[in-house]
Design a protein around this ligand. Sequence first.
Ligand code: ZN
Length: 56
Amino acid sequence: METETKTVEKQTNCLGCNKPLKKLRRYYRNGKYYCTKKCWLKAISAKKGTEEGAQK
Ligand SMILES: [Zn+2]
């Protein structure tokens, strides 16, 4: 019996702090949701950091 549960990647958590997103307080940027602008900045700065690290 196959009981494979497919996890649909529905974004419910903030990409900055990984906390569950609340409907009222969310910050939408580039197709992703964050809870605040701070979290968005955190997420993009973290991404930048890894990209720079990979280049060097
Ligand atoms: Zn957040």
